[in-house]
Design a protein around this ligand. Structure first.
Ligand SMILES: Cc1cc2nc3c(=O)[nH]c(=O)nc-3n(C[C@H](O)[C@H](O)[C@H](O)COP(=O)(O)OP(=O)(O)OC[C@H]3O[C@@H](n4cnc5c(N)ncnc54)[C@H](O)[C@@H]3O)c2cc1C
Length: 468
């Protein structure tokens, strides 16, 4: 008999396990794969000595997470001079630096003023903003005016909010951040991603973990074990019958999986709601072993861990709208990370890694290699000549790798406005189910995707309240 079981060892499962263990309930964590980590694993995907982040790479959400930042994790963050670079066709690049002053200095007078007016109130209070927004919508906000300001701006579409910027640079920076929503930029609520991602860049930079994202999983797992917890890997749970007795089970899985595993133990009405949960678009990803850095035309791009590739915001919008409607374009918005430029553990001396993905329709098996490499070549002529080896993963392969990445959806579900704020569906306690033994705490619950552990944190709090 274990007091509690956690199914799934992604960052949310690990966070839930740690919360339980800290409360004196050392849990048993069961993970299907050979190692814990879920979206935070690092592997030699191409050649020996080239260490690639299989899924997540860049971790502002871990640094602003009010839970993760309280943990004594054995982890080193690696920063770059610029948080984000965004090359444009004229050979220049827009950049977000951690400093608001330095960022706005490059934007021209009008856009500098508009960027500051939008970001400053949130950047100044980032330490209270993120605890408010990284969870279910609070019934009684601790900072109502700040949250109301965020809500009023964030509920709008990115397209509408971007009208305050006159020039391509600021519009591209904001549009690139908003595209992390993986919904068309003219959808309500997409502006909230643009604001939250840009504010996180100003607040903490956009760092990666030294040694790779798996360092995060390993540090969390080590801490959990030091608190008396137990981890068993290679244990895929397919039914409640696979589980030993316990007072609570927290599932780090998405609604469709929960319905399949625990449907018999839940009321049919609740199961139907789980089955109606909507998944978002998928991704197609490439990892490269390179014999030199990516030869960006704009030198600023070599100073950023993250490069948003897609040019003008209108082009980004076209691709993001197309994939939502089940089509791809030949000019996708490509998210590039270049960890080895700043973390020498990622590649042999003088060599480099490249990490990039673009959004595709859910479940798509289309090969986007040409399109992604074409986009990078557009802003970094000669890029293809630096490729020594590549490894691609399409949307279906992602789901085979991690069952939570349903159809390649990296966000744990579509970020349409209602589903984003009330995931998996409207409920006072989205983590609790009608069965007092069963909880859900994956990124299909608030606050959604990203390596912050807050879904697992809140699910474990709910379990501690109701089951212990
Ligand atoms: C390509 C890609 C790029 C990304 N980039 C970033 C980024 O740069 N920054 C960022 O913050 N986020 C990024 N993300 C998102 C981030 O990885 C996820 O939001 C995060 O990992 C979700 O955590 P989770 O614990 O909910 O689920 P996961 O990390 O997916 O973990 C779920 C775990 O549960 C296990 N599991 C599932 N079903 C079962 C079962 N039945 N029995 C036992 N175990 C099971 C899985 O094997 C897996 O280990 C990216 C994701 C992908 C795929």
């Amino acid at each position: 008999m274990h007091d509690a079981i956690v199914v799934g060892g992604g960052p949310n499962g690990l966070a839930a396990a740690i919360v339980l263990a800290r409360a004196g309930v050392p849990a048993l964590l069961l993970e299907a794969a050979d190692t814990v980590g879920g979206g935070t694993r690092t592997r030699e995907l191409t050649l020996p000595g080239f260490r690639h982040d299989v899924c997540s790479a860049i971790h502002p959400m871990a640094l602003v997470s009010p839970f993760l930042k309280t943990l004594p994790l054995n982890l080193t963050w690696v920063e770059s001079p610029y948080a984000i670079a965004h090359p444009l066709d004229d050979g220049t690049a827009a950049v977000v630096e951690q400093s608001l002053d330095a960022t706005t200095r490059r934007l021209g007078r009008d856009d500098a003023r508009a960027w500051r007016r939008l970001m400053q109130p949130f950047v100044d209070r980032a330490d209270v903003l993120f605890p408010e927004i990284l969870g279910p919508v609070p019934l009684v906000p601790r900072h109502p005016f700040l949250l109301a300001r965020f809500g009023l701006l964030g509920l709008r579409s990115a397209t509408a909010l971007m009208r305050r910027f006159k020039f391509d640079a600021a519009r591209a920076l904001f549009g690139g951040c908003a595209a992390h929503a993986i919904i068309p930029p003219n959808f309500a609520g997409s502006a909230s991603f643009g604001i939250a991602m840009a504010v996180s860049a100003h607040a903490v930079g956009w760092p990666c973990a030294r040694g790779g994202s798996e360092s995060i999983a390993r540090a969390m797992a080590d801490y959990f074990i030091s608190l008396g917890g137990t981890i068993k890997t290679g244990r895929r749970v397919t039914s409640m019958r696979d589980l030993p007795p316990s007072r609570a089970v927290i599932f780090d899985v998405t609604p469709r999986q929960l319905a399949a595993i625990a449907g018999d133990a839940l009321p049919p009405r609740y199961v139907r709601k789980l089955q109606r949960f909507r998944y978002g678009p998928g991704v197609f990803k490439i990892d490269w072993a390179l014999d030199g850095p990516i030869p960006w035309r704009a030198k600023e791009c070599a100073g950023a861990l993250t490069v948003h590739v897609g040019g003008r915001v209108e082009d980004i919008a076209e691709h993001e709208s197309a994939i939502w409607n089940g089509r791809t374009t030949r000019k996708p918005f490509v998210l590039v990370a270049q960890q080895s430029l700043f973390d020498p553990t990622r590649a042999p001396a003088g060599k480099h890694t490249g990490w990039a993905y673009c959004h595709v329709p859910n479940g798509s098996n289309e090969d986007m290699t040409e399109a992604i490499e074409g986009q990078i070549e557009r802003f970094a002529p000669g890029f293809r000549d630096r490729i020594v080896a590549r490894r691609t993963m399409n949307a279906a392969q992602f789901e085979a790798y991690d069952a939570n990445v349903v159809g390649g959806d990296i966000g744990g579900g579509a970020n349409t406005l209602l589903q984003f704020v009330t995931r998996p569906f409207p409920s006072l306690d989205p983590y609790a189910t009608p069965n007092r033994r069963i909880y859900i705490g994956s990124s299909s619950t608030p606050p959604g995707g990203g390596v912050h552990g807050m879904c697992g944190y809140h699910a474990a709090q709910s379990a501690l309240k109701h089951s212990f």
